[in-house]
Structures are given as C-alpha cells and as structure tokens.
Design a protein around this ligand. Sequence first.
Ligand SMILES: Cc1cc2nc3c(=O)[nH]c(=O)nc-3n(C[C@H](O)[C@H](O)[C@H](O)COP(=O)(O)OP(=O)(O)OC[C@H]3O[C@@H](n4cnc5c(N)ncnc54)[C@H](O)[C@@H]3O)c2cc1C
Length: 350
Amino acid sequence: MKTLEQKIVEYKSRVPSVIENEPMAKHTSFRIGGPARMYVVAVSSDALIEAVRVAQDLEIPFYVFGGGSNLLVADEGFEGVVIQAANRGFVIEHDRVQVESGMITVLAARKTVDAGLTGFEWAVGVPGTIGGALYGNAGCYGGEMKDNVSFVDAYRLKDGVRIRLSNAECQYGYRDSLFKREPHVILGCELKLIHSSVIPAEDFGERHSAELSRSLSRTAGIHPTAPFDQILRARKESQPLDQSSAGCVFKNFDFTDESQLDILRRYVNQIPEAMLRVKRLSAGWLVEQAGMKGQRIGDVQVSDKHGNFFLNRGHARAQDVIALISLVKMNVRDKLGIELQEEVQYLSLS
Ligand SMILES: Cc1cc2nc3c(=O)[nH]c(=O)nc-3n(C[C@H](O)[C@H](O)[C@H](O)COP(=O)(O)OP(=O)(O)OC[C@H]3O[C@@H](n4cnc5c(N)ncnc54)[C@H](O)[C@@H]3O)c2cc1C
C-alpha cells in the first residue's frame, strides 16, 4: 500500500506542471481556501481527462473546477489534486458555438454577440467558466444555460467513458443538473443561438418557450438578450460587485402551494406579487425579511446591498462562512418557516 506522499511523487512524474501546496484562496472569487496539496492547470480537454485518469489510477482524491466563482474551499485546503479546467476552445459555425468547459463565460457571451448571434447576452455578467455554468445551470434575467445548450460533452467518472449528452439528458432544472448528482468532468458543449440576421433581437423573447416567459416576469424587466450595458448596469445597481463573494449563497425558494407561506405571512406584511406569480421567493429578500442583512461573523458579512451575497471583508475564513450560513438559515427557518438551500458548492466541507 503506497502512502499519499509516494502517490504524489508518481503523479508528478506522470502529469506535467504540477504545482504543490497551491493556496486555493488565489483561485476563488471569495478569496478563501487553504492549499491544494497538488494543483494542475489543464489547458486542453485531453489534458483534463489525463489529469483525472492518473488521479483515479493512483487513488488520489481529485476535484475539478473552473473559475472558482461559486466555490467555498475549507481553510485546511484539500489533500489531493485540484484540477483547473483551462481548456478554452471556442468555434462558431453559423448559429452553433462549440465551446470548451474552461472558456470564460463572459468572454463567450461577448464573442457570440461580436459574431452577430443573439440568445446568450444574459451571460455577460456571470463570472467563471462554461463548465461551472453547465454544472449549475447558471442563469440570470430569464436566461439559463438550459435554454442555449444543444448538447454537453463530458467524461463520465464511473466508467471512464467520453459521452455526449443531449439537453434533456442533462436533466436541467433551476440551478440543477445531472452533473450535481452523477460525477462527470464537463469538457464542453454546443450552444444553439440565433443569427441576428435571421431574427431581430427585440423579437427574440417572442420565440422562446413558456418557461422563459415565466422566468422573464420575475427579473425586473431585463430581457435575457438586452444590450450588455443594460445588463451590466442592472447587476451593478443590485449586487456588491466590487467586493469578494461567491455570488448567491442560497437558491431562491420555489413553492408549489401557498400554504407553504403561512408562517411567512404572519411575519411579513406583503409578499411581492411578482414572486407569488412565479411561485419563487428571492432568497435575498427572505434573508432581508429575517433581519439578517449586515450580519457578520469574523470577517464575513451578509451584504447590505443584496441579502444573498456574503462578503469577505478582509481575512474571512471558510469556517466563519459556514457559521454565518447556519445562522442565516436558522433565522429564516425559525422566523419565516422556510428552509433555504445552498447554491454555493463546497470543497472539503459539508
Ligand atoms: C459576483 C458574482 C455574481 C454571480 N452571478 C451569478 C448569476 O447571475 N447567475 C448564476 O447562475 N451564477 C452567478 N454567480 C455564481 C457563479 O458565477 C456561477 O455559478 C458560475 O457558473 C460558476 O462557474 P465557475 O467556473 O466559477 O465554477 P466553479 O466555482 O469553479 O465550480 C462550481 C461547481 O462546478 C463544478 N465544475 C466547474 N467546472 C467543471 C467541469 N469542467 N467539470 C465538472 N464540474 C465542474 C465544480 O466542481 C463546482 O462544484 C455569481 C458569482 C459571483 C462571484
């Protein structure tokens, strides 16, 4: 039986450019996280698969991530290999875009518009990579990955097979996908967009599904194909973008039956009509109603601007984030009768 140190020596001999004891705080938008025992930047899909295969072969724990913009890493770090997907291939053929998982989402959105395509404008304010966006079905202003993706290429970890999954096979839901339930390394996808020569941007929404119209109504009037400056201005007005965070900590709360809101109604005077209409309560609004805006533990604080953003005020630790998440969840549950669920992903934490 080999020790971890022996396995690390072997891993380094088989995978080029391993960095040892790399602080994960350098690679997360929260600026939190202890060292990865080994860190690999995979600049192609083949390199990504190889870095994973060798770890599997040597039975070394591994973790694949992209931009670290929805990730909280333990202060103790990770005793294994963290693999950053930096495969950034991007090819446009008429209205179809082949994009690898390490591509920066914001850049992908900009390039699609430069090429005269419409449909992916909403993503211009979403940090991180296409891989992370596919994993969590990222979205905003009524747009979601599931509306744009025709298929996803992945490496299935249970049998080591490269597969192509149709949109339906990805089982997309609100901030949810197959990838959250069955481990895959996401390699890339095809986005199916609309050429603006075929359809004027202002008509785009008309052609979308009922589901998109439903989500549109909850998004303060910003269209998923609005001009970049409009999208970016709206985000700047509502989110604390000048400070370190991991975006939204909690998922919004979907309800099926208004009886689930009985306790909440006793506590708040009025639930906004737009939220009732789409049966989705904004988590930031719930945090605010529970009086948790501005709450602080150590150097982590719930933003005064947006109740679903937790800010690193300087030297925040993951354990303080976890404590603040527990405190906020407890208050929302006890005061408002609603159980919030985390959107942020954990590494070496539970
Ligand atoms: C200021 C700010 C604003 C944000 N606004 C939004 C928003 O409007 N809408 C929204 O949806 N999100 C938002 N987010 C959250 C975040 O940007 C998205 O979730 C983003 O898509 C995550 O991408 P990433 O590459 O950074 O993922 P990471 O944080 O690197 O990883 C997130 C998860 O995806 C997995 N993952 C990443 N890449 C791969 C891969 N190649 N294969 C397998 N698994 C992978 C990781 O293992 C992890 O579980 C915001 C974040 C910040 C900091």
